[in-house]
Ligand binder design. Structure first.
Ligand code: FE
Length: 336
């Protein structure tokens, strides 16, 4: 646990025993450089603290395992609660809190114990063909299992973390037995075996292979800014389904401090900077996501997709259901 008293103590001790610590902070990031760079530059401008980022596409946990207490990493950046939670479960994070963090991040979007903190959200929504789906035809996640969609739904693999989290949310609302039925219902409505990424499903709608698809909101922005994919995006409406007794399923991008962070004080400063409303807005805009602090606003393009009420569940609860959700997905052979 980090707190002001301990930091003061650590610095005092450090200044007696050691020459000045390097003024830097080290990040291991699953997020792409173009998303991180505007933030790290702004942080360095404001604080004079240098930021070193190692961009990883996989294997972060294994790397932290191998480095152990000698790891140079102070902070982990990633998307999806399952990846944040995996780092926590592996013992690579530490509990962090401060008045500023708590003021900036709503309770739903941070670990009650402070091991991970959300920075932005993305909703997992329905992309619906403008031509073949009427307004109001799909309004809930439960709807996706309705036989009226037989042969009309496309999705990426059920075992992808995005769909595991969605299935965890179904379990949260309806219990395990109903979640299994839901998976079976959605599976029997698929137009084709799960394949490709979220954008490939929108392409399939554009190509007439299916009428609705499950995907994350920010891909709409990414497709619209791509010459080839723009037509796919323009063939669909963004629908924010809700749970019958809840809101729209969201996931987060977030940050965690490593257990052995060599630059704890700078890392906490960086976390406070990242969670600040201004930084959230910059970060959200870069990837067409939603900032989460009170009073922040998404980019006008993102706002244009419509308003929604996020589901009222702490993501930790979904993370804890992750393994059971994955088991259900495999039991119904969702991808088969
Ligand atoms: Fe994604």
């Amino acid at each position: 646990m980090i707190n002001a008293a301990r930091i003061t103590l650590a610095l005092t001790a450090g200044s007696i025993a050691l020459p000045a610590l390097a003024d830097e902070v080290n990040i291991y990031s699953y997020r792409q450089p173009e998303l991180i760079k505007p933030l790290t530059d702004a942080f360095t401008d404001e604080t004079g603290i240098a930021v070193n980022v190692a961009h990883l596409s996989k294997g972060m946990i294994e790397r932290l395992d191998a480095e152990g207490a000698r790891s140079p990493a102070d902070l982990i950046f990633t998307v999806d609660i399952s990846r944040l939670y995996a780092a926590v479960e592996a013992g690579h994070t530490q509990a962090v809190t401060s008045e500023e963090l708590k003021a900036n991040v709503p309770d739903l979007y941070h670990d009650p114990n402070g091991h991970w903190w959300g920075l932005t959200t993305r909703a997992r929504i329905v992309y619906a063909s403008k031509e073949r789906v009427e307004e109001g035809e799909v309004t809930s996640y439960e709807d996706l299992a309705d036989p009226k969609w037989e042969g009309r739904i496309c999705t990426r693999s059920g075992t992808h973390p995005y769909n595991v989290a969605l299935t965890s949310a179904v379990m949260h609302h309806h219990g395990e037995a109903a979640a299994k039925e839901w998976l079976e219902g959605v599976k029997s409505n698929l137009a084709r075996k799960p394949q490709g990424n979220d954008r490939a499903q929108v392409k399939a709608i554009w190509a007439g292979e299916c009428d609705i698809a499950i995907g994350n909101t920010y891909y709409m922005g990414k497709m619209l800014s791509d010459d080839e994919q723009k037509a796919w995006a323009e063939s669909v409406d963004v629908i924010f389904p809700t749970f019958e007794d809840g809101g729209t399923h969201v996931n987060i991008s977030g940050v965690a401090m490593t257990k052995h962070a060599p630059n704890e004080e700078n890392a906490l400063k960086m976390m406070e900077f990242l969670t600040s409303p201004k930084a959230q807005e910059i970060y959200a805009k870069a990837n067409y996501e939603y900032p989460i602090a009170d009073g922040t606003e998404a980019d006008p393009l993102v706002q244009g997709w419509g308003e929604f009420e996020a589901d009222d569940v702490n993501l930790m609860e979904l993370a804890e259901k992750r393994k059971d959700a994955l088991k259900l997905i495999e039991t119904v052979d969702f991808d088969g």
